[in-house]
Each structure stands twice: as C-alpha cells, then as structure tokens.
Write a protein that binds this ligand. Structure first.
Ligand code: C2E
Ligand code: CA
Ligand code: CA
Length: 643
C-alpha cells in the first residue's frame, strides 16, 4: 500500500507553529495552558510517528522489521496519549466540581489502561497489529484503536453537554465542534486507510482551541501592550497555590484618565504605551499588568524586589514622558498588598485593592501606602459591614426610626424624618454613616432607599393616618441617594410604593443632597419635575456641607432647605461660622424657601434658631430618632402637654 502523507506533514507544521506561539506568550491559566500544551505535544508526536511508521513500512529496504515494530509501538502510544489528553483538556474547560473531576479522571483511565494492556502485550498476542518479515497486518482487536478514540470523543460530548452551567458559552461550542471534527476524522480514516488524516484532524482541533480558548489576546491590554486585569486575576489565583509569598505593587496614576481629554487620544495612548513598556521592562512582561484605566500592578516575589521597583518607579515618574516634544508629567502613587500577610483569596485582594485606591486618592499627601494593621482592621470592618448589609436587605431586617421635626410657626411637631437603622446579630448596631456609604459604593443603596420608603409608607398607612386628627403630621421626609436619581425608572418606583400604601402624595418629602444634583444633573431634574407634578415634594439636604451654592435652588424645584448640623454647630463655634449661616439663611429666606435647622441640641441653640427665623427645627433637643411605636408615644405625650 502507498500512503499519502501530505495532510499529515501540513498538520505537523501547523502544530509546531501553534507550539511556538503558545510558548512565547505568557500563560496565566496554568491548568488549562498545561493541558493544552501536553495535548499539543502528544498531537505532534502522533503525527510525526504516523508519517514515520507508514513510510518505514513502505521502505522496508531502509527500515528494519525491528525498527518498524518500535516505531509502530510508539505511534500507538502517542495515539493513546492524544485521545486521553484531548479528553482531559475538555474536562478542565468544563470546570466540574472536585468530586466530578476525580470521577472523570478515574473513568477516563479505563479505556486507556485497556489499550495499553493490549499494546504492551502485542508482542505476544498480536491483538493490535503484527509485523512479520517487515510486513504489517492488523490484529483481531485493531478496531479497538478506532473505538478507543471514539469513546473519548463521545465522553467529551457528554461532559460538555452536562456541564452546561460551568463551561463558558464559547468554550462549549468549541468543544462540540472539535469533538465533531474528530469523529468525522476517525470515520474517514477508518474507511480510507491510505490517506493519513488523524494528525490533520488534531491540527484543526488544536487550532480551534487555540483561537477560541487559548487566545492570548484576551489577556492583553491593547493600549499598553501589557497583560490586562483578567490576566492579573488568573495569575493571582494560580499563585495562591504555588507562589508564596506574592507582593502586588499597585501603581495609581489617577491623573492619567485625564490624558486623553487634555492631549487627545493619540498622545494619551502613546503616554500609556510608554508607561506600559516601562513597567514591562522593570518587572518583566509576565509580571506587569494594567488593572484598570489608571491603575497598573506588578506581581513581585519579595519585599526587597518591591523596594527596588518602587525606587525605580519613583525615579522614572519624577521625570516627564516626552511625546512629540510635549513633556507630560504623570503623578504616581503606590501601595503594596502582600499575600499571605494581607489577603488570602483573590476576592479579598480585589476588595482591598479598591479600598487602598480610595485611601490613596483621599489623601493628596500620601504617595506610598503600606498596609498597616490599622488599615487592615478598617478593611475587615468594611467587609463585615458589606456582608451584614447584604443580609439585612435580603431578610428585610433594616429598621426605620423617625425623628420628629418641630414647626416653629405651628408650634408643634408637624413632620418626621425617616432614618435607616441596622442591627446585626454579630456586629450589633452599625451607624448609618458606615453602612450608607458602603451601600452607595456597592449600589445596594437603591434597594435600601426603596425598602425604607416602603416601610415608612407602611408606618404612615397603619399608624399615622388613622391617628392624624390628633397627631397633625403634615409630611414625612425620606432620604434618597444620588445613585437612586440616576435610575431611569426612579420616579415610577417611588410613586408605586407610595400609592400602594394609599399614602397621600403631598405627605412625602424626598431629601436629596446637592451631591445628587452634581452627579445626576439632567436626569434628576426630569425625575424631580415628574414627581413634583404628581404631588411629591423635595428638600435639599445637608445644605452647607459641600461647595454649596444656591444655584441648585434656582435650577431645581426644592420646597425646603435643610441646614446641615455642622453648619448649625459652626454658628456657635466661630465668628466666621456665624457670619456664613446668617448670610446663607437670609438668601434662602429671600428666595422664599422654608428652612429646617438640623442638629439642634440645646435651649441656647433653639433660641438662636428662633431669632434667625428658621421655619422648623430638628434635633436631639426635642428627640433622637425613635422606633415607630416610641415616636407615637412621644407625639401623643406632646399632644397632652400642649392641649
Ligand atoms: P442626614 O440625612 O443628615 O440625617 C440627619 C442625621 O443627623 C441623622 O443621623 C440624625 O440622627 C442626626 N441628628 C439629628 N439631630 C441631631 C442632633 O441634635 N445631634 C446629633 N449629633 N445628630 C443629630 P443618622 O440617623 O445617623 O443618619 C446619618 C446619615 O445617614 C443621614 O444624614 C443620611 O444621610 C444617611 N441616611 C440615613 N438613613 C438613610 C436612608 O434611608 N437612605 C439614605 N440614602 N440615607 C440615609
Ligand atoms: Ca436627611
Ligand atoms: Ca445632614
């Protein structure tokens, strides 16, 4: 028989090229990369041995019978390995649970063990093949060679179909396609024996896996040419098991996000690409990463290395980056997160990374941050608050307290402010300033605000409205965060809740800080006008804390202004504080907007606020925020004393 080797030779060349590109790119998904590498090596060996064995059996005048026997033996060995390693690669892609992984490995070994038994005893029983007088003939179990490959193909189909939830969409298609190609290859080869095709099928499958799954571009940051955040994630995750210790040096180039705005995209990208090249050169290309737009990172092995890189980076960033004769300065801040000292998991690492970044950006004087025990403690507390908050929202255990607001003109408490309270089994009482800022950070503030609104409306419906002839509560204030105002359906969500509890819309006053007006200017104005048309009112909260100016009062339809407690307190502390509050209050009076003074604690403060002509007063002088029932008792008691 004469053989046609051309497909097999082409396949070998393709596989060598794949091997080359696979080796020159940094690999971060260790288990997957390793499995791919071994499958590729087995594929190459199988192809070469396939050509050699067929050529040897034709050219018997050059290759001896013994040599042909050995080559055939090695070919079958490579074939056994290729199928097994193909299946192993597929099971890794499917990311099964540990128990399943062990089961797959055990089951996979059975057909292979049987094949090896037949192969290693072939010299005695000749079940697979026989070479007699340098002539090749098939043994009784030669079909098993094909069935063996088929078994692994079917198993791959089965595993990738059953692992629907753990295998990434694209990977699943790649596996199904690869298994189909392999199956077709085996069937053709079984029928057309003189054209060598197995290697060709392997080359197609390996190329498919390379393009779809191993593709190094997925882990590359295009702008800088270094590895991206996913690569860092994988590298860190892998490092947890094998690299101890790891130091991640973070480089925060906060201002670099402005580069494109200031110099245009072309120059902005050139600076980034130079910065990327600097990091790659300083720490090695497989250790340098771009984590986000303006944060880079290096994974290093020791504190000594950290010190070295830190000094080099400080030195480089003290100079400018020169692009097209423009000298561009990029300020640098750094922090180092240590494994295992500071974090034990990848999730922890990313949590701490965000926290560290916030700390760096908050303080303009800090240029290098070492994670001190104090910082770690703060971070652990934040994580605990995050967990507790999530739980509280899930089981709706957040409570609402109400603080009465005294109307000077009407001489009684005519409104309330609803304030969220969190009591956690483990952490005890968590102050709102702590959990509200976390909720704003994680986006949980959106369900939180709505839940507080819902509970407040429930309280109004069940406890206030039935008694309101006596209580005379005209309005209830509810805090709404800036983030809420960005929600496209914010107005509808709020109206739904109020209407569901049959609360008169005029009773609701939403408190919004000026921060919301800055963050969500346009959309907020739209929501406000929509809601106002439906009868809802608004108060500008925390007046005097930000870079407050009354332009918000002109642009947005606010019905009340709440002076923040810090401003009220400043009035009694310093002359400047007095002058400012005086002036601001006059302006707002002139705009004809009612004023609420917050944080009033003493009789002296009450007198001063009365002199200043504020409309309403809220503070500990009258009452702290109280649970609903206690608030009712408080209001009823007032009723008795005033009548
Ligand atoms: P805020 O909106 O400025 O609420 C007034 C805060 O001042 C409340 O703090 C209240 O207990 C406190 N306060 C009132 N009178 C006095 C006083 O005389 N002396 C002192 N020292 N404090 C007084 P609280 O309840 O701790 O809430 C803190 C902040 O958390 C609130 O400040 C508000 O911004 C936020 N918050 C509370 N509940 C919610 C909510 O449901 N949603 C949103 N988005 N934010 C909320
Ligand atoms: Ca408020
Ligand atoms: Ca306030």
């Amino acid at each position: 028989m004469t053989y046609n080797y051309s497909f097999e030779i082409a396949a070998t060349i393709i596989m060598f090229l794949l091997l080359f590109t696979h080796l020159i790119n940094p690999n971060f998904e260790m288990a997957k990369s390793r499995a791919f590498f071994f499958f590729l090596i087995a594929g190459i060996c199988e192809s070469i041995l396939n050509v050699l064995s067929s050529w040897g059996l034709v050219n018997t005048h050059i290759v001896s019978s013994d040599a042909n026997n050995i080559i055939c033996f090695l070919f079958f060995l490579a074939e056994a390995a290729t199928s097994l390693l193909f299946f192993r690669y597929v099971t890794i892609l499917c990311e099964p649970a540990r128990k399943k992984r062990v089961l797959y490995a055990q089951l996979a070994i059975v057909p292979c063990a049987l094949f090896l038994l037949i192969l290693f005893t072939n010299d005695i029983f000749h079940l697979l093949y026989k070479i007699e007088d340098n002539v090749y003939s098939q043994g009784k179990l030669a079909w098993y060679g094909y069935a063996y490959i088929g078994l692994y193909i079917l198993a791959s189909f089965a595993v990738s179909i059953t692992a629907k939830r753990t295998i990434r969409g694209r990977n699943r298609y790649a596996v199904l396609l690869a298994a189909s190609i392999s199956l077709i290859g085996v069937l053709i080869q079984y029928n057309i024996k003189n054209v060598l095709l197995t290697g060709f099928a392997n080359a197609i499958i390996l190329s498919l896996f390379y393009i779809f799954i191993q593709n190094p571009n997925e882990l590359h940051d295009k702008a800088t040419g270094i590895s991206n955040n996913r690569a860092l994630y994988l590298r860190f995750e892998n490092g947890l098991n094998i690299e101890k210790p790891m130091r991640v040096l973070l480089f925060d180039l906060h201002q670099s996000s402005q580069l494109n705005v200031m110099y245009g995209y072309r120059i902005g990208n050139s600076v980034l690409s130079e910065i990327g090249a600097f990091f790659a050169e300083t720490v090695g290309s497989s250790n340098a990463f771009r984590v986000s737009d303006s944060v880079f990172a290096a994974i290093l092995k020791s504190d000594k290395e950290v010190e070295r890189v830190r000094l080099l980076a400080e030195e480089r960033f003290s100079k400018t980056w020169d692009i097209d004769n423009i000298q561009i300065g990029v300020p640098l801040k750094m922090a180092c997160i240590k494994y295992p000292e500071d974090v034990l998991t990848t999730k922890d690492f990313y949590g701490l990374e965000v926290f560290v970044k916030q700390l760096l950006r908050k303080d303009s004087m800090t240029t290098y941050l070492d994670i001190s025990p104090e910082i770690k403690k703060q971070y652990i507390r934040l994580s605990e608050v995050d967990v507790a908050l999530k739980k509280a929202l899930e089981d709706k255990s957040l409570e609402v307290y109400f603080q009465p607001i005294f109307s000077v003109k009407e001489n009684h408490f005519n409104s309330l402010e609803a304030l969220a309270r969190m009591f956690d089994k483990e952490l005890g009482f968590v102050p709102p300033d702590e959990f509200i800022s976390r909720a704003e950070y994680s986006g949980l503030i959106i369900p939180l605000d709505l839940m507080i609104l819902d509970k407040t409306c429930d309280f109004i419906e069940k406890k206030i409205l039935p008694n309101n002839e006596r209580l005379k509560i005209e309005s209830v204030h509810i805090n709404i965060s800036a983030l809420q105002c960005l929600q496209p359906n914010m107005d509808k969500a709020i109206l739904d809740i109020i209407d569901r509890h049959k609360v008169p819309r005029e009773m609701i006053i939403l408190e919004i800080t000026e921060r919301a007006a800055v963050t969500a200017a346009e959309i907020m104005e739209r929501h406000m006008r929509n809601l106002k048309n439906c009868g809802i009112r608004f108060a500008l909260d925390d007046y005097g804390t930000g870079n407050s100016n009354c332009s918000y009062l002109i642009d947005y339809p606010f019905d009340k202004v709440k002076f923040d407690k810090s401003m009220v307190w400043a009035y009694f502390k310093s002359k400047t504080g007095k002058i400012i509050l005086d002036g601001e209050m006059k302006t707002i009076h002139n705009l004809n907007i009612p004023i609420v003074a917050e944080g009033v604690e003493t009789a002296e403060q009450i007198d001063a606020m009365n002199l200043l002509n504020v409309d309403s007063i809220q503070g500990y002088f009258y009452s702290k925020p109280l649970p609903g029932d206690e608030l009712l008792d408080f209001l009823f008691r007032q009723d008795i004393t005033t009548t």
